[in-house]
Structures are given as C-alpha cells and as structure tokens.
Design a protein around this ligand. Structure first.
Ligand SMILES: *[C@@H]1O[C@H](CO)[C@@H](O)[C@H](O)[C@H]1NC(C)=O
Ligand SMILES: *[C@@H]1O[C@H](CO)[C@@H](O)[C@H](O)[C@H]1NC(C)=O
Ligand SMILES: *[C@@H]1O[C@H](CO)[C@@H](O)[C@H](O)[C@H]1NC(C)=O
Ligand SMILES: *[C@@H]1O[C@H](CO)[C@@H](O)[C@H](O)[C@H]1NC(C)=O
Length: 337
C-alpha cells in the first residue's frame, strides 16, 4: 500500500495546504487615529508586540492574540518627541533610540538618547537611559550584536550622518563602528538626507538598508560590530516608487517594507534572485507606508509577519491619502510562493 502516501503528497502539491474558509493573508489588528506614525516593532518572547511611536514619545504594547486588540502605552519618554529603532538585547530587555523629530520641523540633531526597557522584574517595566550621544544627528535603526554578553552590545545607525555606532550596554560607551559607501547618506526627496536605516545581524553578516541610496546591502562583521569584509549590494529597489526601510529575516529570505511603495518585498539573502512584491501595492492603503516588520515568536505565530505603518504621513498613498498608522498580521503561509 505504498502508493497512498505518494497519492496524498500529490494531492497536497496540486491543491496546496488546506485553508480555513475565512483564511486571509492580511489581517488588520489595529488602526490608530490619523496622525499616528508607528516607526518600529519588536516582538517579546511571550508574543506581545512592542511598537515605537514617532509622533509622540511612546512605547506601546499590543497583544496580537486578543480579540479587538488595543495597544496600551507602557512608557512615555521624558524630554523627547519620538521613539525610533528597537531591538531585544537580553531576554525581555529592549534597547531603543529616542529623540526629537516632527514632520514639519524635521529632526533636531543632538536631541538623541538611547534607552533600555526591561520586563524582567515580575512584569513591572523598568526604563533607564544607556547613553546620551550628543554628536548623533538622527538615530534610527537599531540591532543587537550576537556577542556573548547579556545584555548584549548593539549597533545603532545614524540615518543623517550615514554611519553606524557601536554601543556598549554595560558602560554606555559608544563610537563609530561602520562608515562606508553603502551606509553613507545622500540627498533624499522625502527626508532631505538619508542613509543607513534598517539593520539586522544574521549568521555573522550585518544586513542593512540605505533609504537614500535605495539599496539593501550586507557586510561580514566581527562580533563587536566592526567590519570583517567589504559591503556588497544584495538588491536595489525594484523601481523608484519604493523606499527600503526596515525588514525581517526568515529562512534565508528578507522581507523588506517598501515605504512609499505601500508593499512588502521578499528577496533571497544571497542577492542572486530578483525580489518580488508579496503583499500590498503602490496605490493601495492596505499597507499605507509600511515602516517595519517582524515575525511572531511563539509556536502559534512563527509564520505571521507583523507589519507597522506610518499611514502615508510622509508619502501619502495615491499622492494625497493618509490613514491612521496600522498594525497588520500577514500569514506568510497563505502567500503564493
Ligand atoms: C525635544 O523637544 C521638546 C519640545 O520642543 C523640548 O522640550 C525638549 O527639550 C527637546 N529635547 C531635547 C533633548 O532637546
Ligand atoms: C568607496 O569608499 C572608498 C573608501 O572606503 C573610496 O576609496 C571609494 O572611492 C568609494 N567609492 C565610491 C564609488 O564612492
Ligand atoms: C513599480 O513596481 C510596482 C510593483 O511591481 C508596480 O505596481 C508599479 O506600477 C511600478 N511603478 C513604476 C513607476 O514602474
Ligand atoms: C498611484 O500613486 C502614485 C504615487 O503616489 C501616483 O503618482 C499615481 O498617480 C497613482 N496612480 C493611480 C492610477 O492612481
């Protein structure tokens, strides 16, 4: 009876995996009021989503499993207007960049600080400042290093200076770790000047986007974040309607948000194949100016890509449509390969 398994396999190959009737690849978990810009997302090991807000100095938390999930503001940073990149640096401890930016006035160089927020004390959250780098002009992307320390040291990019700082979490010391042609800032129609933006370390390589140069690059690094090779380009944007911002990595693919492209692009990390748009489209508000994305971390949602948006505040959809910032759950199993 060995032919049955083969037959079942063929059936699966032809008809795909069984799907629930109401299965939809994209679910809107929450839409904020118009005027809200969610800048970045990190996922806690318990499954909760941490969202950094750009138009107010808030760190919000959203539990994606609850029906009618509503975000809760769990911290408001003093003496600041905005929160940017966020990354986990120890189990349930997150570092984030905080500073002043407004859509009308732009960025205030010198207003930046780096904070950590810890959930390890029996669910009472503790926030403390790690560093106050006065020479930083616009800290944006942030990623932890794979080193052995806990909390781990991390990298934080300056999108306006076009370079990447190394930050020692235990001392608060920092210094320039990476500064090359592909992190460099160039003039950008939306942000004035823009360079290195999203950053993630994967298998000893630092992957990063450069928004102004419209490219996605990688570079081998040492465990302390310093270069261990030359940077190379993985991909450039598919067309000029798109801007690379942050991204997530899973199974040797990167999932990049395209900002003004209102979509998600998937591309192999080797850079040998062309990227393709797997969700959203240029003139749709389904993903209105996505800024960042991250995969779920529990058994139940490892295949879910959570996407956050700026609602088209910097680049309106269709040229003139803005919506509230969105938090979306994308079931990547339901995407066509
Ligand atoms: C950020 O902007 C606010 C409002 O203008 C101001 O009160 C605050 O001092 C600024 N923060 C820094 C670190 O300059
Ligand atoms: C890239 O940077 C190097 C220095 O690291 C410089 O010599 C070279 O001219 C730069 N190339 C371009 C295309 O800007
Ligand atoms: C850019 O690419 C997207 C996705 O493939 C497409 O919908 C759009 O029409 C393209 N825009 C231009 C200007 O080519
Ligand atoms: C789609 O959006 C682009 C960019 O905002 C805009 O220039 C274009 O006119 C829109 N196209 C349509 C068919 O609405």
């Amino acid at each position: 009876m060995h032919s049955w398994p083969v037959f079942l396999l063929q059936l699966l190959l032809v008809h795909g995996l069984p799907q629930a009737d109401n299965a939809a690849p994209v679910r809107l978990l929450y839409e904020y009021p118009v005027g809200t810009w969610i800048e970045n997302i990190a996922v806690r090991s318990n499954g909760d989503l941490l969202l950094t807000v750009l138009n107010v100095p808030h760190l919000d938390q959203l539990s994606p499993y609850k029906a009618n999930a509503t975000p809760e503001t769990i911290h408001s940073f003093p003496n600041a207007l905005s929160v940017f990149g966020i990354a986990e640096i120890a189990p349930d401890v997150f570092a984030m960049a905080v500073g002043n930016f407004t859509l009308t006035g732009g960025v205030q160089p010198g207003s930046f600080s780096i904070w950590s927020v810890s959930f390890t004390m029996h669910d009472t959250m503790e926030a403390h400042k790690i560093a106050d780098p006065p020479q930083a002009t616009f800290l944006n992307g942030l990623c932890s290093l794979p080193g052995i320390g806990s909390p781990k040291d991390f990298l934080v990019g300056d999108i306006k200076q076009g370079l990447i700082y190394y930050v020692d979490t235990s001392t608060g010391d920092y210094g320039v770790a990476i500064n090359n042609n592909f992190t460099a800032a160039v003039s950008d129609p939306v942000f004035g000047t823009a360079g290195v933006n999203g950053m993630h370390v994967h298998d000893g390589d630092l992957f990063f986007t450069n928004t102004g140069q419209a490219l996605f690059a990688k570079m081998h690094i040492h465990t302390n974040g310093t270069p261990a090779g030359e940077p190379t380009i993985v991909a450039r944007v598919l067309n000029s309607s798109m801007e690379f911002d942050d991204f997530a990595i899973k199974d040797n693919d990167a999932y990049l948000v395209t900002g003004s492209g209102n979509s998600i692009e998937r591309i192999g990390l080797e850079g040998t194949s062309k990227g393709r748009i797997v969700a959203g489209s240029l003139n749709s508000t389904q993903f209105a100016e996505p800024t960042s994305c991250a995969f779920g971390r529990t058994e139940a949602d490892r295949h879910i890509l959570y996407v956050v948006t700026a609602g088209g505040l910097a680049t309106p959809v269709d040229g003139d449509v803005t919506v509230g910032a969105q938090v979306l759950a994308v079931d990547t199993r339901l995407w066509l390969s």
